[in-house]
Design a binder for this molecule. Structure first.
Ligand code: HEC
Ligand code: HEC
Length: 377
């Protein structure tokens, strides 16, 4: 007969965890959905914490104690299953138990490396400032490798569920929805723990509402930028003098030697003469040098610096190979669009250009401008 085996919190955990993993996998490569990716990443970690707790205090089949099988038992179970003589388990069978252990462990590792990548590559989140940009790239490989391995375990798990369902003529996926499997009445759990399940659901919803709170109040005039970057150094004199004709290009966008050259050649500044006095020139130059791309304060700074050969001193950001690479998919017609007009008009497309952070999430083509040939990566 059908008896209750999986309590509600266990089922909710299972499907929320699976959902988070799927969303994280799909959004992994996209800058546009980076906030969603980070959200499901944190959600996975939170769910893991809950599952560990529930494995200690939950109902009978949710407890780790009820599925403590060694690796040999798991292998023997698979062998038996292949010979179609594996015994029916009410709770997790030995092979399924190992899927649980592996997925919990991998989920933790993927989540933690994710936080480190976010801190290293983007200087965001809890690990911002802990890892440097260079280290962030190695961590990213690890994060992606672990996630791929996890996908492999998920696939094996699904195959196992299909095989087991066929072997014992019992739809295990459905059982994870209804909580019911066939067994003797004495083996049933007494309660579905609706209260704990409700609390888990409520916490998840509250976390989502909090995480995306600014999206609810955004307007086209005041769009929400997820991941506002760190606050970069500023200087009044620099902003006033270098921001009067165009955007005040943040010092992090060129190496120090470029700024030295620009200030030295200020009388022939792209057809203009800046005519700054010695004191003003000195103050601005000091600010530019102190916070140049060489300091690697931001991801673009790090990459711009890397992309300029040491024997070159560009005076245009728009002529560095990093900038060119990042903007090569933009059609010529876009640059000529009245709302843009010039490649140097960064703030037309980057909502945070004034701040100098150039976050992926703050990239926003003006309304009515189309022309990105390929999907943005
Ligand atoms: C009198 C107006 C004026 C002032 C003041 C001015 N600039 Fe410029 N700047 C220009 C013009 C014009 C261009 C070329 C813009 C274009 O190509 O669309 C330019 C371009 C630049 C570029 C290259 C942008 C690119 O294409 O990558 C940099 C860097 C730059 N200016 C730095 C500065 C700095 C630093 C200061 C302050 C010391 C400054 N500018 C002040 C007029 C000015
Ligand atoms: C026509 C709109 C447009 C203009 C103008 C523009 N950009 Fe961009 N920028 C983009 C697009 C589109 C991307 C690609 C975003 C992506 O890869 O997700 C991009 C990417 C970047 C990136 C890489 C961000 C990252 O982390 O991947 C940087 C840095 C950047 N732009 C700086 C600038 C600077 C500096 C200027 C001005 C000198 C400028 N952009 C002008 C549209 C523009």
């Amino acid at each position: 007969m059908q008896i209750l085996v999986w309590d509600l919190p266990t089922r909710l955990f299972h499907w929320l965890f699976a959902f988070s993993f799927a969303v994280a996998w799909i959004t992994g490569d996209s800058d546009t959905y980076r906030d969603l990716h980070v959200f499901v990443g944190y959600l996975m970690l939170g769910l893991l914490g809950f599952r560990v707790l529930w494995g200690l205090i939950g109902s009978r089949y949710a407890r780790f104690a009820s599925f403590r099988f060694g690796p040999m038992q798991a292998i023997r179970y698979v062998q038996d299953a292949l010979m179609r003589r594996a015994p029916h388990h009410i709770g997790h069978n030995p092979a399924g138990s190992w899927a649980v252990y592996l997925l919990l462990t991998l989920g933790l590792l993927v989540g933690v490396t994710g936080i480190l990548v976010l801190g290293g590559e983007e200087q965001h989140g809890m690990a911002a400032g802990i890892t440097l940009f260079g280290g962030g790239e190695a961590l990213k490989e690890l994060h992606e490798g672990l996630a791929s391995f996890m996908l492999g375990v998920v696939i094996v798990h699904l195959l196992g569920v299909a095989a087991e369902s066929w072997l014992h003529r019992e739809n295990l996926a459905k059982a994870m929805f209804t909580g019911r499997k066939h067994g003797a009445p004495s083996e049933a759990i007494p309660s579905a723990h609706y209260l704990a399940g409700g609390v888990l659901l409520l916490l998840t919803a509250a976390f989502g509402a909090w995480f995306f709170r600014d999206d609810f109040t955004a307007t086209p005039q005041r769009p929400h930028i997820p991941f506002v970057g760190q606050t970069l150094p500023d200087n009044k004199v620099w902003r006033a003098e270098c921001g009067s004709c165009h955007l005040a290009y943040h010092p992090t966008l060129l190496p120090a030697r470029s700024w030295v050259r620009l200030m030295k050649e200020q009388d022939t500044h792209f057809g203009e003469s800046l005519g700054l006095d010695a004191a003003t020139t000195a103050e601005i130059l000091a600010f530019l040098q102190k916070n140049s791309a060489d300091t690697e304060l931001t991801e673009p700074a790090y990459k711009i610096k890397q992309s300029i050969p040491p024997n070159m001193t560009p005076v245009r950001i728009t002529e560095t190979s990093y900038w060119i690479k990042k903007h090569q998919e933009i059609a010529d017609s876009v640059w000529r669009h009245p709302k843009i007009g010039s490649k140097a008009n960064c703030s037309a497309c980057h909502l945070d250009a004034e701040k100098g952070t150039f976050e992926d999430a703050a990239m926003h083509l003006p309304d009515g401008v189309a022309g990105l040939s390929k999907a943005r990566k």
